[in-house]
Write a protein that binds this ligand. Sequence first.
Ligand SMILES: [Zn+2]
Length: 68
Amino acid sequence: MAENGAAPGKARKIKCPQCGGQTTFGPGNAWRPFCSERCKLIDLGQWATEGYRIPVEEQDGSLDIPEN
Ligand SMILES: [Zn+2]
């Protein structure tokens, strides 16, 4: 029958915006639209450090995440 077209509720294949690798955009991919947690974190890191300069009130640039 109809094998082409996007079936509703089914994950579709996309390209990861970070690494360009093929991944799926759907409920099964927790990191969508990225392919993995790594790519998502990388993208978030770039947001935070370059490209977007967020005006911060604190000038203490402690970007380290406290373990406790
Ligand atoms: Zn990726």
